[in-house]
Design a protein around this ligand. Structure first.
Ligand code: ATP
Length: 279
């Protein structure tokens, strides 16, 4: 049984001068090695939660603890060693003139010795399938490749947790699929805990667990299957139901028998192909 790596206990937060709190009494745990997706419509409080998890803001009420350490102004630098962030815009986070320099940047800042640095740059890039791109300049890379380099820069620092803050939202479908596959592999092989903050329910469908935020409150928590049972309620919360889920429901409505509501296109196609191709 996995243990909680992050605990969020009764957290409330309001921006200065704002009447309505951005987060209201949020409580949940994030377990070691899980992939947790936090979804919600614009303004639901997702980014504010990410800022609190990384100590860019501090709650006015409640507590956050990361790897057993309470996140405060005194512990923020210690805690940040365990939390890597990947942001939305692939161009804004590329700081090196080449892929190698970009991944080395964070290691240099942390004073990692040169021999270790050279090895870490290579292994981190290998882990995101960018190991052969060392000397490439950013403008030669696709959005998905840039985000994978950003992920390599984060894992080179060996954090326990990666937070992806809308990290796939500016990518085309191929880039998005590449980044999601990379995250899945890192989680499975390296046992990194992943928190993905997204408004994309197709991305959330790949997570182990989903938290739905609405108007600063934790609205629902469950496995992707449980969350997609909410159906029209999700639409009312301003979220788009993924295509395979919609398609599964429509097919059932038309009398096509399916064993379950499929969360991915591959699963749906496989079932349709194997059970309905006998005629
Ligand atoms: N810097 C800020 N100053 C004042 N209010 C803010 C600030 N940032 C966010 N808010 C408000 O806090 C609430 C939560 O916003 P937040 O950005 O966390 O939501 P979100 O779910 O991440 O939305 P989005 O997907 O649009 O980024 C919103 O009402 C927003 O207007």
């Amino acid at each position: 049984m996995s243990k909680p790596l992050v605990t969020i206990d009764g957290v409330s937060f309001s921006y200065e001068g704002q009447q309505t709190p951005a987060l209201k009494n949020i409580t949940f745990d994030i377990l070691e090695g899980e992939w947790l997706a936090i979804v919600g419509h614009n303004g639901s409080g997702k980014s504010t939660l990410a800022k609190l998890l990384n100590g860019l803001q501090f709650p006015q009420q409640g507590k956050i603890a990361v790897c057993g350490t309470e996140l405060t102004e005194a512990t923020v630098w210690e805690v940040r060693k365990n939390v890597g962030m990947v942001f939305q815009n692939p161009d804004n986070q590329f700081v090196g003139t080449t892929v190698r320099d970009d991944v080395a940047f964070g290691l240099e800042n942390h004073g990692v010795p040169r021999e270790i640095m050279v090895e870490r740059v290579q292994t981190s890039l290998d882990k995101v399938q960018m190991g052969t791109f060392l000397n490439q300049e950013p403008h030669h890379l696709s959005g998905g490749q840039k985000q994978r380099v950003a992920i390599a820069g984060v894992i080179a620092l060996q954090p326990a947790i990666i937070i992806l803050d809308e990290a796939t939202s500016m990518l085309d479908p191929r880039g998005r699929a590449e980044v999601i596959a990379t995250v899945r592999e890192l989680k499975d092989r390296e046992h990194i805990t992943v928190i993905s903050i997204t408004h994309d329910l197709e991305e959330a469908a790949k997570a182990d667990r989903v938290i739905v935020m609405n108007k600063g409150e934790l609205y629902r928590e469950g496995t992707p299957e449980q969350i997609f049972e909410m159906d029209e309620e999700l639409v009312q919360l301003g979220l788009d139901i993924p295509f395979p889920v919609k398609m599964s429901k429509l097919l059932r409505h038309k009398g096509v028998e399916l064993t379950k509501t499929h969360l991915t296109e591959e699963e749906l196609v496989t079932e349709l192909w194997t059970s309905h191709s006998k005629m």
